[in-house]
Design a protein around this ligand. Structure first.
Ligand code: FPP
Length: 243
């Protein structure tokens, strides 16, 4: 395997194009989503192969609730199946599962199943983390954090002077997870679509026309190469040892 350096520690993905993939084949959109789940499984394998510990996938946005009922049900069903099939596999692969988003909006049984899987997989020694964004919106997450901070101030747990970037980050759903270094978006769109608005501040962005169900190891390696060729400055000037 070729050496790619530097590698991102955390990759976030917007898995777009499932519907178009299905439509192009005369299939139902749900079949595109089912194929999309396979791509996500493969992506997790690729992260292991290339040594990337954190993967965060945008599986369902706050806006996705507006989709036709049947499509929402399909996605919930796929998620339930995914948890049943994958929880044990994630454990044996030593991967923790985190969920970000307002899951109180999910069907109650699914929310319970999610919590059970998350609790079962929360083994501190397991260093790799899969984060699924479900019923997730970046603005919604920031507003929920702001409310929690206001409550803690009211209850004298913190003062306004305590609110720093680090402190604010700890109130977000992603608390404890390093910010993504690389965002991959498939299917040719160049938007953030309300994904990880706070956490993506310094991420490198990579967009490909490949539809999510077609996203392969070749596309993955191309994204890694693209990342490794960038000079990350974090608002500073490049350091001599970075070139
Ligand atoms: C975007 O494609 C994709 C989604 C809205 C859902 C992504 C979900 C999955 C891959 C499966 C669910 C995940 C798990 C873990 C079970 P689109 O439908 O917007 O495609 P289009 O833009 O071509 O219509």
């Amino acid at each position: 395997m070729e050496i790619i350096n530097p590698l991102p520690r955390h990759i976030a993905v917007i898995m777009d194009g499932n519907g178009r993939w299905a439509q192009a084949r005369g299939l139902e959109r749900s079949e595109g989503h089912a194929k999309g789940v396979e791509t996500l499984r493969n992506m997790l394998k690729l992260c292991k192969k290339y040594g990337i510990d954190y993967l965060t996938a945008y599986a369902f946005s706050t806006e996705n609730w507006k989709r036709p009922k049947e499509e929402v049900s399909t996605l919930m069903l796929l998620l339930g199946e995914y948890l049943k099939i994958e929880t044990e596999k994630l454990y044996s692969e030593k991967i923790q599962l985190r969920i970000i988003g307002d899951t109180t909006l999910m069907p109650a049984e699914l929310e319970r199943a999610l919590q059970e899987s998350v609790a079962y997989l929360a083994v501190p020694e397991h260093k790799r983390v899969l984060t699924l964004a479900l019923s997730y919106g970046g603005r919604d997450e920031i507003i929920r954090a702001a409310r929690a901070i206001a409550e803690d101030i009211t209850n004298n747990k913190i003062t306004t002077a305590d609110i720093t970037e680090d402190c604010f980050s700890r109130y977000l759903d992603t608390s404890g997870i390093p910010d993504p270094d690389l965002l991959i978006r498939t299917a040719g769109e160049l938007r953030l679509s309300n994904f990880l608005l706070w956490q993506l501040s310094y991420a490198e962005l990579y967009a490909t026309r490949t539809l999510w169900p077609d996203f392969s190891e070749t596309d993955f390696v191309e994204a890694l190469h693209n990342f490794s060729s960038r000079t990350r400055k974090f608002g500073n000037v490049p350091h001599a040892d970075e070139n």
